[in-house]
Design a protein around this ligand. Structure first.
Ligand code: DP6
Length: 350
């Protein structure tokens, strides 16, 4: 026999960034972060997990290619889920898997990203959120999404935020075990559904410094990062929560843009410096800044993760239409554009 579960998870985009860990194994951050979850139908990972007595070892395929599960990120997620497994019973098929059996049975995992090829977009966030969610369902884990987010966090920090839809905060927590370092939903996607997210893929080249390595080097060498995590982010988190609660786009946009710029300033303050943005990224920033200034009120926010691709958040559909036209006009043909709306959490696929 074989028992299978398929789940689908969206990616998320941080508007107050996570950058820096206080514990590398448990993946515990040095500050809170806030993100928006995209619609799970577009940029998403779909993962099928299966269990069968015929399986000889745990194995995983990513986009059709077998990958190793030996790293501590996969091992921690698998172990944590197995520890919380409970009995499974399918009377019709005569299958019963006890709590103890889950520790002995092996799983096979097949995962696909539908991201535009090599877009350099946060694939680990959707990937680990989906893996943990699917394994939790398969192994009858009864805990809530908060507890699951603490497990997904151990796969990749940003993944904990993809278990919820809408606006999500990753609370850094204080406990050394990481049990209070979990994601919480601030508001659902319906709370502020005017927003449109446009991703401008500026370069499909693989980034030179991974987020994991980059943030380790920043923690070791950047004094700006320590100022940021202690003095700047705690205030911004409060202001961002207020901006979201009040659907205050001017404040949301200001905080999003300044936080992205400070994150990239931290990268420059790292020794040796890390450059994630390129000339086109800088041109997009100048363009949006000028447009917002010309209109007198913020129309669009920008944010950049560990790469040159721009994530632009337009205040409404009409502005998004204008933005797309302007970007096509000013940045052809090297910028690839696509637009998304906010969406729901990780979901089970029928
Ligand atoms: C710039 O979550 O990819 O996107 O925890 O080492 O897997 P690891 O890092 P990752 O870092 C994401 C960094 C970021 C900001 C953010 O998403 O908050």
């Amino acid at each position: 026999w074989i028992v299978m579960v398929t789940a689908k998870s969206p990616t998320n985009i941080a508007v107050i960034k996570y950058w820096g860990k206080r514990d590398e194994t448990l993946i515990l951050p040095i500050n809170d972060s806030i993100s928006v979850t995209l619609d799970p139908d577009h940029l998403c990972t779909t993962t099928t997990v299966a269990v069968s007595p015929a399986f000889q070892s745990d194995r995983m395929w990513l986009n059709g290619k077998e990958i190793s599960l030996s790293g501590h990120r996969y091992q921690n997620c698998l172990r944590e889920i197995r520890q919380r497994a409970s009995e499974y019973e399918d009377e019709k098929r005569g299958i019963r898997i006890s709590k103890e059996d889950w520790g002995k049975l092996h799983v096979h995992i097949a995962s696909y990203n539908n991201f535009p090829t090599a877009a350099g977009l946060a694939s680990s966030a959707a990937g680990f959120a989906c893996l943990v969610f699917a394994l939790g369902k398969l192994m009858q884990v009864k805990e809530d999404l908060g507890a699951l987010s603490a497990i997904a966090r151990q796969g990749s920090g940003s993944a904990c935020r993809s278990l919820y839809g809408g606006f999500v905060k990753w609370v850094m927590g204080n406990d050394v075990t990481g049990k209070d370092s979990i994601a919480v939903q601030l508001a659902s996607e319906k709370h502020w559904d005017d927003l449109v997210i446009i991703i401008a893929v500026v370069s499909s080249r693989q980034k030179e410094t991974s987020s994991t390595t980059g943030m380790r080097e920043s923690v070791e060498t950047s004094t700006l990062l320590h100022h940021r995590s202690k003095e700047v982010v705690p205030k911004r988190i409060v202001q961002m929560e207020e901006a979201i609660a009040n659907r205050d786009f001017a404040s949301f946009s200001k905080l999003t843009c300044t936080d992205s710029n400070q994150f990239h300033a931290v990268c420059l303050d790292t020794c040796p410096p890390i450059f994630y943005m390129n000339d086109t990224s800088h041109k997009i920033i100048s363009y949006v800044e000028k447009w917002n200034q010309y209109e007198g009120t913020a129309q669009v926010a920008y944010t950049f993760d560990a790469g040159p691709n721009a994530v632009l958040i337009a205040r409404d559909r009409k502005t998004a239409g204008h933005l797309l036209q302007r970007l096509l006009f000013y940045f052809p043909p090297n910028v690839d554009l696509s637009s998304y709306v906010l969406g729901d959490k990780s979901i089970l696929q029928e």
